[in-house]
Write a protein that binds this ligand. Structure first.
Ligand SMILES: [Co+2]
Length: 460
């Protein structure tokens, strides 16, 4: 989920990139994490490949799955040969419904892509350096769990759900059902959504819509066309530890260069990120890569512009936008990244103006942490605020998420809370009609000795 920058930077004309020092420009991606399809333990989709005909993916409940797993454990004990492979037998089903904590029983979730700040350091002290004294004990396990849930759900969405003709409402529902099932929190009982689940409304943005669009139940559904460019941006949180990651899908090869430009730009941003990295230099590096591409659409060659008024951002606990912004363009931002921080490194490239404006409609709402509710008089607003505080806290939510809690007639309450500055509203962000936008995004953790691209998979 992107942060809208408060004002456009007007001092970003220089093109000198000679003194950029990427923390690790040669890093190879995708070496860690569970690699989705060839997960070392949790495998999505496919047939019952262990050949015992137990049909573990065919619509079985998590409870049944658990029993089955126990049965398998017993089986494995009898045979030494099986014992060593036992872990490989626990598999995700299609659609994903097996609790992640069942697939990784010892809470040893797959690591993200680990990139040391200095390539020459020996790897023997790696484990000690891949942490931060600023993080509590469960920080990394929660983060890695959230990231693995993101990978498994998005792989399912990419392979089975996102096809021409699919409805956007159905895609959002599949993603959200998958996330909630794998977290083990349906988020219906009061407070349950704060334990783990969706970190913000599933973003499904078509073509010139750049960010902040999600299906609304009172609006007509939209069907995906084979000529569409779709951005899928969703967040998973475990105990408020948010993984924010996004990708773009196009069925038509016309847009290949657009997607490649943005993917490479995001990877360049990741390569330049690190403790003490200057945010201005990261933005410049992103823009350099992004704008080295062009794309031919309907016989016209178009430059790809880095969008200048939306940014990457730091992430705090239960708070998707921490306050630091990572532009995709040159700027005179003097901030540096610091050890222990978490960043969403995302970039957007556009064939339009490279500038997004608010469209009509509502994507979602976010409770402002630092605004007091002491002055709220309206009883509608008071009741709604109770629901928000108990179920979402400062996590961004949408109308659909309120409705599935059974909340009715919330419009007046929402209006009061927005007017009093307690709740912020997010509108869809669009470039000019007829333009195409792509987005790729990863969440990175800045450890003491290196960075962990926590959401990296073999897809992007
Ligand atoms: Co984001």
């Amino acid at each position: 989920m992107g942060a809208k920058s408060p004002e456009e930077d007007r001092h970003n004309k220089g093109r000198d990139t000679s003194d950029f020092k990427p923390a690790n420009p040669d890093s190879k991606h995708g070496k860690n994490g569970s690699q989705s399809a060839d997960l070392d333990r949790g495998i999505i989709g496919g047939d019952d490949d262990d050949g015992d005909g137990d049909g573990e993916r065919s619509g079985m409940t998590a409870e049944k799955q658990e029993k089955n797993k126990n049965k398998k454990r017993k089986k494995a004990k009898k045979s030494k040969k099986n014992e060593s492979n036992d872990a490989t037998k626990l598999q995700q089903m299609t659609p994903p419904r097996v609790l992640l904590s069942t697939l990784f029983a010892s809470s040893e979730y797959p690591l993200g892509e680990l990139i040391p700040y200095e390539k020459t350091r020996r790897t023997t002290d790696k484990e000690a350096r891949y942490t931060s004294r600023l993080w509590d004990e469960s920080f990394l396990a929660d983060y890695r769990q959230a990231a693995e849930i993101h990978r498994q759900v998005r792989q399912y969405a990419q392979e089975k759900v996102i096809k021409p003709g699919a409805s956007l409402a159905a895609i959002a529902e599949e993603i959200e059902n998958g996330v909630r099932a794998l977290c083990g929190h349906q988020g219906i009982q009061t407070g349950d959504a704060l334990k783990a689940g969706m970190a913000f409304p599933t973003g499904l943005c078509l073509n010139n819509v750049g960010a902040h669009w999600t299906p609304n139940s009172h609006l007509p559904d939209v069907k995906l066309d084979k000529s569409d460019v779709l951005k899928v941006d969703f967040g998973v949180h475990v105990n408020g530890r948010i993984v924010d990651s996004a990708f773009t899908i196009a069925f038509d090869h016309t847009y290949d260069n657009l997607l490649t430009a943005v993917k490479e730009a995001t990877n360049s941003g990741i390569a330049h990120a690190g403790v003490d990295a200057r945010i201005s230099e990261i933005g410049a590096a992103i823009q350099e890569v992004m704008e080295s591409y062009e794309v031919e659409i309907a016989g016209k060659t178009l430059p790809i512009k880095a969008i200048r008024n939306i940014t990457g951002h730091d992430i705090l606990r239960y708070q998707i936008h921490g306050g630091k912004q990572i532009p995709f363009v040159r700027s005179n931002n003097r901030d540096k990244m610091e050890e222990g921080e978490v960043f969403a490194i995302e970039t957007f490239g556009s064939t339009g103006k490279g500038y997004l404006r608010d469209d009509i409609g509502v994507y979602g709402y976010g409770r402002q942490a630092d605004v007091s509710s002491a002055n709220v008089q309206s009883s509608a607003a008071k009741t709604l605020l109770k629901t928000i505080d108990a179920n979402f806290g400062t996590l961004v939510f949408c109308r659909r998420y309120l409705e599935r809690l059974g909340t009715k007639h919330y419009h007046l309450g929402v209006k009061h809370l927005i007017d009093s500055g307690i709740v912020e509203t997010y509108a869809p962000l669009v470039d000019v009609k007829g333009s195409y936008i792509a987005q790729f995004e990863h969440t990175i953790l800045l450890h003491e000795g290196g960075k962990e691209v926590i959401s990296r998979g073999n897809d992007y």
